[in-house]
Design a protein around this ligand. Structure first.
Ligand code: PHE
Length: 336
């Protein structure tokens, strides 16, 4: 029994194994316990000898069990320490921190400038949906049926009456229908045109519409507001230039150029070849458009403007390819 128990204890791996061995030999019905219980049946002269052997064996088993317990505990503790070892010299996991997209920062800055001039921001889909009625996108903006911008080439039609809005100008009409003058809003939003993708075109892009309607609003107010915007956005020395133009929904209409600089690694340079660059279309809201939206043109007048957010962000940050704005490559976005 002694060699058997010695061998079993030597093979034990866990404390549990030792406990099983203890019970097997020394439990209530253990092998050694049985021997001790059976002592009474032995002839009296054999009892002291057998008693001594059995007691020695019990002491022996207890002793090597204790020793084995200590060994196993020590081994387990070492293994645990090994497992839980922390190498404080290991490099940490890098957590990437998001970056604001250049379109978002540009828009935020433009919003701030117009908020500063008392404009409200209209940008909820309820106030101006991207899937728009032909009526708001064209008809109510005095864009006649045969106008080239209604050409199927330019706009994405869902059906005869519904189109993906090709400009943010329909929100002018929706705003005038909902609110009485005075109106002073800017409307940032996504617009769609069936253009081929290249460095300066994308079928999805962004515009910011501006609309002011009140009594006695003049072209001078338009020039003033856009002048403030240009100086705040492009810098205090920025000049603006109004060139006569045509939009069906404004009369008179203008295209507005600014002097602007792009600053990058090699210092600053003027935008474009002439130092002037076009940033938006604008004009006095056509009386027919006011009337169609329920505003009396005899009492009220207004101005409107529309600028391309993508184009302005490209100018501001010196980005030469519009596609970069839509790829969401972190290597690009991280630069701003
Ligand atoms: N909607 C015009 C465009 O997309 C821009 C514009 C807006 C012009 C408002 C005049 C007034 O080109």
């Amino acid at each position: 029994m002694k060699s058997q128990v010695t061998e079993e204890i030597a093979k034990a791996v866990h404390l549990d194994d030792l406990e099983k061995i203890r019970i097997k030999y020394m439990g209530k019905k253990g092998l050694l316990t049985e021997v001790l219980k059976g002592m009474g049946k032995l002839p009296p002269e054999e009892r002291p000898v057998m008693g001594q052997i059995a007691n020695q064996l019990r002491d022996y088993i207890e002793e090597i069990l204790t020793k084995a317990r200590e060994d196993i505990s020590k081994r387990e503790k070492e293994a645990r320490l090994q497992r839980e070892k922390i190498d404080v010299t290991m490099p940490g996991k890098i957590r990437t921190i998001g970056k604001r997209h250049p379109l978002t920062s540009t828009l935020d800055q433009i919003k701030d400038i117009f908020l500063g001039m008392g404009f409200d921001i209209v940008d909820s889909p309820e106030d101006g949906p991207e899937v728009e009625l032909d009526y708001y996108n064209f008809e109510a903006l005095n864009i006649p049926k045969n106008h080239p911008s209604r050409d199927i080439q330019d706009s994405f039609y869902i059906n005869e009456d519904i189109v993906l809005r090709s400009q943010t100008s329909p929100v002018q009409i929706r705003t005038m229908e909902k609110h009485k003058p005075p109106i002073r809003v800017i409307v940032p939003g996504r617009v769609y045109r069936s253009d081929e993708v290249d460095a300066t075109h994308s079928p999805i892009f962004h515009q910011i519409e501006g609309l002011v309607v009140d009594k006695h609003v003049t072209m001078g107010d338009l020039k003033g507001v856009l002048g403030v915007f240009a100086r705040e956005f492009f810098g205090p020395n920025t000049k603006t230039k109004f060139r006569p133009s045509y939009f069906p929904f404004t009369e008179p209409s203008a295209e507005v150029d600014v002097t602007c600089f792009v600053c990058g690694g090699k210092g600053c340079r003027v935008c474009g070849n002439t130092g002037w660059i076009e940033i938006l279309g604008a004009g006095m809201v056509h009386p027919k458009v006011l009337a169609m939206a329920g505003v009396d043109p005899e009492v009220y007048s207004g101005f409107a403007f529309g600028m391309g957010l993508d184009r302005i962000a490209m100018l501001k940050y010196g980005i030469d390819d519009m596609r970069l704005l839509f790829e969401n490559d972190m290597r690009f976005i991280e630069q701003f």
